[in-house]
Write a protein that binds this ligand. Structure first.
Ligand SMILES: Nc1nc2c(ncn2[C@@H]2O[C@H](COP(=O)(O)OP(=O)(O)OP(=O)(O)O)[C@@H](O)[C@H]2O)c(=O)[nH]1
Ligand SMILES: [Mg+2]
Ligand SMILES: [Zn+2]
Length: 356
């Protein structure tokens, strides 16, 4: 971020953080604009500068998600003349956009912190996928941010295709705002710009190549971010590899992201993930990525029920709701089959001589 002399609230600071602030008198506050290997790029009222994490911080925080990521607020020490600040504390996160670590069975990976809105980008040209959209929505709401759906590349499909996709979104019961635009004809661009509020943080997520960086470049008004060139080699590679907090002229703060190829979602069943976010959060700790929390070893949810951290009633309601929503999503044919199977099951139980 190149801007100078901004108030902290222009960088996203608000009362919520003010109440959580635990800095020492000698420390100041800054926001993480980017993370580059061992160094942090921070931004505060004075501008941007580099910082490192204090050794004691690293010693106390060993989990990847405990380390500051783009969007985090930190307390740091920086003496006049020092060119490198030293970060001593990370403030509690108001929202967290995170995914299960790829390849790892435990732990999760932070995408961005303290994001107000997540813009879920899909291209209406060969990328639109309702199931994937639902998984993104769960991820967003699980982390406490507001979702906004954006369909790009409208110049490449006819209006019927686009209308069909919009209808599909609505008939799936998704109520998040939906915007459509073309980065080529710029149709829809002004409507999208109107959604961006000063001092709010917007994180862009979606598959590689859907036009996230192209759009952000349009918003900035110049080619700051690298985008895939038409003649570019390296097809299938992610063009964006770095996340950086950028302040737009209008005052909104945006974070670009590399395209996401795979990300773990715990509660496929949208609503359940939201009403039972405690269970969703705990499932980060389950040994298996697709843990059903019924009888798998290393199940963090089961452990929480055992220890009383989660009430058994709450857990049983969760299981019941999950079953119901699975049943509701089944097709008519599947339901008929399930009923038949259940009938057979009852018969076999009745036949079972050990039960008589
Ligand atoms: N026709 C058309 N092409 C677009 C549009 N938006 C982006 N593109 C093109 O799509 C390609 C990929 O765009 P990027 O902005 O690099 O995509 P990205 O989402 O940032 O991709 P990653 O950084 O890999 O995640 C580029 O060649 C863009 O010119 C659009 O609205 N219409
Ligand atoms: Mg990009
Ligand atoms: Zn589990």
């Amino acid at each position: 971020m190149e801007n100078q002399n901004l108030e902290l609230n222009e960088l996203g600071w608000n009362d919520w953080f003010e109440k959580k602030k635990k800095c020492k008198p000698s420390e100041s506050i800054a926001r993480v604009a980017a993370v580059d290997r061992e160094q942090l790029l921070l931004v505060d009222q004075t501008g941007t500068f580099r910082a490192k994490l204090a050794g004691s911080y690293l010693h106390r925080h060993r989990q990847p998600h405990e380390l500051p990521c783009v969007g985090d607020w930190v307390c740091l020490e920086k003496k006049p003349g020092d060119d490198l600040g030293v970060v001593h504390l990370m403030l509690e996160r108001r929202t967290a956009l995170r995914r299960k670590s790829a390849g790892s069975v435990i732990g999760y990976q932070m995408i961005a912190a303290n994001v107000d809105y997540v813009v879920i980008v899909q291209s209406c040209h060969f990328d639109f996928n309702l199931k994937r959209l639902e998984r993104y929505l769960v991820m967003v709401m699980d982390g406490g941010a507001e979702p906004c759906i954006l369909l790009t590349k409208t110049d490449l499909v006819n209006s019927e295709v686009l209308a069909e996709q919009l209808a599909e979104i609505r008939s799936a019961g998704i109520i998040a705002p939906v915007v459509t635009l073309s980065n080529v004809t710029r149709e829809g661009m002004d409507d999208f710009k109107r959604l961006l509020l000063p001092g709010k943080t917007y994180c862009f997520v979606g598959s590689s190549g859907v036009g996230k960086s192209t759009l952000i470049n349009h918003l900035i008004g110049r080619e700051k971010l690298e985008t895939k060139t038409v003649s570019g080699t390296g097809e299938g590679r992610h063009t964006t590899v770095r996340r950086e907090l950028i302040r737009l002229e209008g005052g909104a703060l945006v974070i670009d992201n590399p395209g996401m190829r795979e990300f773990g979602i715990f509660a496929e069943e949208g609503v359940i993930g939201i009403s039972y976010s405690d269970i969703t959060a705990l499932s980060f700790g389950c040994r298996y990525r697709d843990c059903s929390h019924t009888d798998e070893p290393g199940c963090a949810v089961h452990e929480a029920v055992q220890s009383g951290e989660i009430s058994r009633d709450h857990f049983e309601n969760y299981l019941k709701l999950r079953e119901e929503s699975r049943f509701n999503r089944m097709s008519y044919a599947e339901k008929r089959k399930k009923d038949r199977d259940f009938g057979k099951f009852i018969k076999s139980v009745k036949k079972n001589k050990y039960l008589k």
